[in-house]
Write a protein that binds this ligand. Structure first.
Ligand code: ATP
Ligand code: MG
Length: 799
């Protein structure tokens, strides 16, 4: 190694250096805990291969778990090169870096024709594959035909369905079948292989074959096929002439614990793809089995052992120094993991062990109080002189996206800019947008935009051209939008609508009328009317199935989680709507005497308040200098780190999830373990300050309060760590404040100066003035229980 490259390797500790420079002609496995620099090592090893071994970038493949992680790694690489005064573009051009899926798609585009794929294949999105699978399933439940697979010839015959076999075929659950197929694919099992196995289910074999056939006919490959076809390509074709692969010299994999069987097989195959024997089996993988959180997508944690068996000459290196977190955070998370049976204990050393910063834990009455706590703690941090210079330093990590609404609301109220990554802000979620548009259309029969957006959503046979024509008609008309639509239906002479779109439009109008009737029935109380109207919209517009309807929904790692979340989100939205009533009442009773608001009035006020919310949020988005708080799912936060991390909802039913707790099946303890690891991933994202919170109740207006225990993962650990916990940073000792400043790389300013300074400071991150006036910004959306946060640090402990 060129010893001049001090800047490039100088910051590595001896084990990391050993890993980076380990023999490149042998497989290498680095297993180490969070924050030990695995990703750093992997990145440096790529640089090492490029510079010291002069391997061309196009001969190296690097896989990461998300696109974001790939971007981060490229950035880290660029920095390394710039530090050495080397031109990054020269060294990195052609490097194959991305997720397994994206790399496989690249290979298939180039070489897919070798296994009979069209070069112009399209990747089926969620909707495409659902439609196709649905067709397959309906054709099977159809009494007329029955399909049979000949295991020997693997051809498919259609024959009359046997009366006895009818029952078996009815009632397929699309989701279940889909995940079964996905699982087969993740195990490298093609329809042919599956049909030939003795343990096959006859029906699944048929469905799987037909599904694959049909995808192929449409020139589609689904998400899992990207891997499956690449696997077939690499294992079945003679690779002579496959230019890229014969020159392949190294394959590196980050987050190895989350790879499934097919990805591992791909790794082995890629390792073989080289003309130069010296470079055979040159693979480097890094990972941490404690952070395996994709078992639900068929990841296999035993991949590490499998690799050792597969390669007899596999080198293994572990890293022990943790550079990310303070020892309080590290010990706390380690303690959580010791609950898992059969786990090797980790002995990570924190590089920040001299810093003693307590963990902040509170148990709040409900989700609103929890959200207020978060906002007020962020505000307190912002008020400390020169401690928090950018909101990008803060992340709020959620197990479930339904948690985000209440938190977002509190952040907006307190003018704290935020960004929801790996998911959309609550009000921007498609299901919420559509529900809102329907509500708008019900309330206001002239709301053109909302009506035009929902007229053909879900699809009712009204094409884009017709929509355009209708819009022109509406613009010219003096009547309400709905009346104009009705006229268009009646106007048979001018033939405005063909039969299909006529049906569609009248169906749509019926929906609005039916929902409107529920709203105006008068026989129900306001809350019940709103609820009934909302439920009807959800039902008639088929909102729970919205993911199937969406054309644009791409299948991402988080979308499976999101799928489960649609219903939760809609419930959350309903809750918000129904709860809105008392607030209006409050405002109305103080301002006017008219308390007899109709459900229609309430609904229209509610919708206005959301518009207000949106305006204020857009304002926030513009302000980029201050950065933004990150709101992310835990799954989306993998591999990342922040100085300040909040984990709300440390409550049974969230962490671990309701599904896990209610599951008494054979997988229940595996699921519990996975949820625990998920919690562990969240905890270990924090560098300096970790906030945990649990709530006692989540209020549901229709069924009263739902009470929640403290997370069963957290309970035993809280007791052990009592001494290291505070309920707010304002309760921290002076020494801890000093440590916090050091941990965040900032110069300590005496807490006693805080108030005077922050009052003086004009460009403070949360301007005190803004903050004091925050009552002014109180939107009607603000829940009763949301009080302005107390921002003054409690100085009683700092004497
Ligand atoms: P995870 O398991 O969460 O993916 P990781 O093992 O990949 O974590 P990295 O993200 O590579 O860890 O590193 C964690 C942090 O520690 C980063 O901020 C990194 O820059 C820093 N770090 C790693 N090694 C060193 C070192 N030798 N000196 C200083 N900082 C380091
Ligand atoms: Mg990493």
């Amino acid at each position: 190694v060129n010893h001049l490259r001090k800047k490039m390797y100088g910051s590595l500790n001896p084990q990391q250096y050993e890993a980076v420079t380990a023999d490149i002609h042998k497989p290498l496995q680095i297993i180490a805990g969070p924050g030990t620099g695995k990703t750093k090592v992997l990145t440096s090893r790529v640089a090492y291969l490029l510079i010291e071994h002069k391997i061309p970038p196009s001969n190296i493949i690097v896989t990461t778990f998300t696109k974001k992680a790939a971007n981060e790694m490229v950035e880290r690489l660029q920095t390394l090169f710039v530090k050495e005064n080397l031109d990054p573009s020269k060294y990195l051009k052609g490097l194959l870096i991305g997720t397994f899926h994206s790399i496989c798609v690249k290979l298939l585009r180039r070489y897919g024709t070798l296994i009979g794929l069209s070069s112009k294949f399209k990747i089926a999105d969620e909707q495409d594959s659902n439609t196709i699978l649905n067709k397959v399933l309906t054709s099977l439940s159809d009494d007329v035909i029955r399909l049979k697979v000949h295991p020997s010839s693997v051809s498919i015959d259609i024959y009359q369905k046997d009366a006895k076999e009818t029952d078996k075929l009815d009632g397929y659950d699309l989701k279940k079948v889909k995940s079964q197929i996905s699982k087969l694919k993740s195990l490298t099992t093609t329809p042919q292989i599956y049909s030939a196995t003795s343990a096959r289910s006859f029906d699944l074999a048929v469905i799987y074959s037909l599904y694959q056939e049909s995808l192929r006919k449409h020139n589609l490959i689904d998400f899992d096929d990207c891997l499956l076809y690449t696997y077939l390509l690499l294992s079945e074709t003679k690779l002579k002439g496959v230019v890229l692969l014969k020159e392949l010299k190294h394959v590196l994999v980050d987050e190895f614990q989350d790879t499934n069987k097919i990805q591992m097989e791909l790794l082995y195959l890629l390792g073989r793809c080289t003309e130069d024997q010296k470079f055979e089996d040159n693979v480097t993988v890094v990972g941490d089995s404690d952070q395996s959180i994709y078992m639900f997508r068929n990841a296999v944690a035993s991949n590490f052992e499998n690799m050792i068996t597969h390669y007899q000459n596999c080198q293994q290196i572990t890293l022990k120094e943790n550079y990310r977190s303070t020892s309080n955070i590290l010990n706390f998370s380690e303690q959580i993991m010791t609950q898992q049976k059969d786990r090797k204990q980790k002995s990570l050393r924190s590089q920040k062990s001299h810093l003693n910063i307590p963990i902040v834990y509170v148990r709040t009455q409900n989700t609103f109080k929890e959200a207020d706590h978060i906002a007020s703690e962020i505000a307190k941090l912002g008020l400390m002189p020169s401690l928090l210079t950018n909101y990008n330093d803060i992340a709020i990590l959620l197990r479930s996206s339904f948690q985000s609404r209440v938190i977002e609301q509190s952040l907006v109220t307190n003018r704290i800019p935020y960004e929801v990554v790996h998911g959309r802000a609550f009000w921007e979620l498609k299901e919420i947008r559509v529900a809102m548009d329907y509500l708008r259309a019900v309330v206001n029969d002239s709301d053109k935009l909302a009506i035009l957006r929902t007229l053909n959503f879900p699809p009712r046979g009204v094409g884009n051209k017709t929509l355009q024509k209708l819009e022109e008609l509406i613009d010219k008309s003096n009547c309400s939008v709905i009346e104009t639509l009705e006229m268009a239906i009646d106007d048979k002479k001018n033939g405005f609508l063909n039969v299909k779109s006529e049906n569609g439009v009248s169906q749509y109008i019926d929906i609005l009328k039916e929902c409107g009737k529920l709203l105006d029935s008068g026989s129900l109380d306001c809350e019940t009317s709103l609820e009934a109207c909302f439920d009807q919209i959800v039902k008639l517009a088929n909102l729970k199935e919205i993911k199937k309807t969406l054309e644009t929904s791409k299948r991402t790692h988080d979308s499976e989680i999101a799928l489960k979340a649609v219903e939760e989100n809609l419930n959350e939205f309903k809750r918000q709507l129904v709860e809105y009533k008392p607030i209006i009442d409050q405002i109305i009773t103080t301002e006017t005497d008219d308390t007899s608001l109709t459900p229609r009035d309430v609904l229209s006020n509610f919708l206005d308040s959301i518009d207000l919310y949106e305006t204020s949020n857009n304002e926030n988005k513009k302000d980029s200098k201050k950065g933004r708080v990150t709101i992310s799912t835990i799954h989306g936060a993998k591999g990342l780190e922040w100085p300040v991390v909040f984990i709300p909802g440390c409550t049974d039913g969230v962490i671990p999830s309701k599904w896990t707790l209610e599951d008494n099946g054979p997988n229940s303890s595996t699921n519990l373990d996975e949820d625990r690891r998920c919690f562990y991933v969240a905890l270990t994202r924090a560098k300096s300050l970790l906030y945990l919170s649990s709530y006692k109740e989540r209020s549901t207006p229709w069924s009263g309060e739902e009470s929640n225990e403290v997370s069963c993962f957290l309970k035993p650990t809280l007791k052990l760590f009592q001494e290291q916990l505070v309920t707010s940073i304002s309760k921290m000792s002076r020494n801890s404040w000093k440590d916090l400043y050091e941990a965040m790389g900032k110069e300590y300013k005496s807490v006693s100066k805080v108030l005077t300074e922050s009052n003086r400071s004009r460009d403070h991150i949360v301007s005190t003035k803004d903050f004091l006036q925050s009552k002014q910004f109180k939107s009607p959306l603000l829940n009763k229980s949301t009080s302005a946060p107390t921002y003054v640090p409690d100085r009683s402990n700092h004497k």
